[in-house]
Design a protein. Sequence first.
Length: 127
Amino acid sequence: MTRLARRLRREADTGATPSMLSALSTIAARAPVTIGDLAAAERIQPPSATAVVGRLEEAGLVMRDVDPGDRRVVRLTLTSDGTRLLERSRSRKTAFLAKRLGHLERSERETLARAAALLDRLLEDEP
């Protein structure tokens, strides 16, 4: 699994670090999200999340918006560039996997499908 994850990161070839891509993905799924909520979702410390968000913001991939209900709170959303980068990353990874899966026998693909379902069950919060 680790080797596959590393290979997929290389295939993404976006110029963004793995931590940046992970944060982008979390922001896309939960937007608008606070830095604290991002840190909790990514299981990193808030200062680390702040640093990643700073790099994402500098690259023009995320925006900070002040919460109108509480001006002390900042919420993060993806910019159109952030959305495009995330889509490009996912598209390249999917293309790589599709090509590789196409070289397998049908029975091998069926075995992988069953294994993927089992791995999903292992990753559930409560068994």
